[in-house]
Design a binder for this molecule. Sequence first.
Ligand SMILES: [Zn+2]
Length: 231
Amino acid sequence: MNIYSDERLINLGIISGTVGRDFGSARDKEIAAKIFESLGIPPTKILGLKQVHGDKIISINTEEDLKNYKAQNLHEADGWLLSLPQTGAMILTADCVPLYLWSANGKYVSLTHCGWRGVVQELPKKAAELIKTKTTEKLQAYIGPHIKDCCFEVKEDVASKFPKEAVIHRNNKIFVDLDKAIILQLKAAGVDESEIKTGCHCQCTSCNKRDFFSYRRDGTKDAQLSFIYKL
Ligand SMILES: [Zn+2]
């Protein structure tokens, strides 16, 4: 199984990462469960949500939070903030960004599903600010595999919603650099740029058909899974 992850998180006891397509589409609940079983994580400990390209983040910091979460059926949101041990959460992506953000001591960890709409709604910045309401620890970030500026062509209406530093004009086409847009937001929220890690162009979900699902390339609902699990 190919997992794209950040060692800093693993070293803090947070098993996490984005699982490549070799295991199949994690949109299939059985495949998602198999992925967790093969990692030694009980699938029942992993919380899920219904992604809506918004800016809502679910916080699970106490047993009470967990009880409230379980008492409700439908959770429309695009991100997580966890601090409860033996608890995990997942999102699905197929071009959108899985953004991992955490306090340097590993107490608080966030995973958000940032499509271009989420980025425009400042979900990355909101995730950083939410952690900062809980702790004064320095924040660290990992921007997982997603569609990169080589492939993320947009029209003027979408480009106009992004800061000019994140918009690239090339061959009479317009591209958006989501890494850049997210880094700008995280910096604005007080995260040091040196603490933000992002993958190479080989981790563009659209270019790299061997390793990733891509909605833009394939037009299917297949998706890769990203998860966090606190030991
Ligand atoms: Zn690409």
